[in-house]
Design a binder for this molecule. Structure first.
Ligand code: E4P
Length: 217
């Protein structure tokens, strides 16, 4: 499973990228607003750090404007994936932009039917939002499972990019289901390393190191 990092925090991206934990980056207008940076500038800096796809989201609602914005965004770097919302206009923009050879990430997906439409429109990535479904007492992981089944039934090549990941459990569950990619904030990726028994075990080992005076260096 590929790891994308869902942030525009350059320091966090660099730290995880140096560890081999970053196969791509996703941003959205809220993430860009939080960064306080110009979208084109910060996106370019992210593309300079990361080799894999960097999703940059359009900020208009009509297909024509999304297409124009997408054409501008892809000029930032070769690894830009244009992110468009899962609306009818977004699907039209997806079809045109993928037809021009660009990567397109169709975002704000909350149903299997929406995912089916995105695949038909040639999306490179579909982004189902797990956490936001869980927030309204629906089952985000079940949606990932449904989309996996549908795409496998028909051999769609659109990659399932599980998004709105809120905890480390979402990551392993998505890996079990067979999501192609998970995008998560840096703190969630780091939290995957935590286990209470690891901490407890290490405390025990360190106590024995001290007691026995064990030294290596
Ligand atoms: C995905 O591409 C989105 O940027 C992101 O995962 C949304 O997450 P949120 O629901 O935590 O805002």
């Amino acid at each position: 499973m590929k790891f994308f990092v869902d942030t525009a925090d350059l320091e966090a991206i660099t730290e995880l990228n140096d560890l081999g934990m970053v196969d791509g980056v996703t941003t959205n207008p809220s993430i860009i607003a939080k960064s306080g940076r110009d979208i084109l500038e910060v996106t370019k800096e992210i593309c300079d750090i990361v080799d894999g796809p960097v999703s940059a989201e359009v900020v208009s609602l009509s297909a024509d404007e999304m297409i124009a914005e997408g054409r501008k965004l892809v000029k930032i770097a070769d690894n830009i994936a244009v992110k468009v919302p899962l609306t009818w206009d977004g699907l039209r923009a997806c079809k045109v932009l993928t037809g021009e050879g660009n990567m397109v990430n169709v975002t704000l997906c909350f149903s299997a039917n929406q995912a089916l439409l995105a695949a038909k429109a040639g999306a490179t990535f579909i982004s189902p939002f797990i956490g936001r479904l869980d927030d309204i007492n629906l089952d985000g992981l079940e949606l990932i499972e449904d989309i996996r089944t549908i795409y496998d039934n028909y051999g769609y090549e659109t990659q399932i990019l599980a998004a709105s990941i809120r905890n480390a459990n979402h990551m392993s569950e998505c890996a079990k289901i067979g999501a192609d990619v998970c995008t998560a904030p840096p703190n969630v990726i780091k939290a995957m390393a935590n286990h209470v028994l690891t901490d407890k075990g290490l405390d025990g080992f360190m106590a024995d190191v001290k007691k026995a005076g064990i030294k290596i260096l």
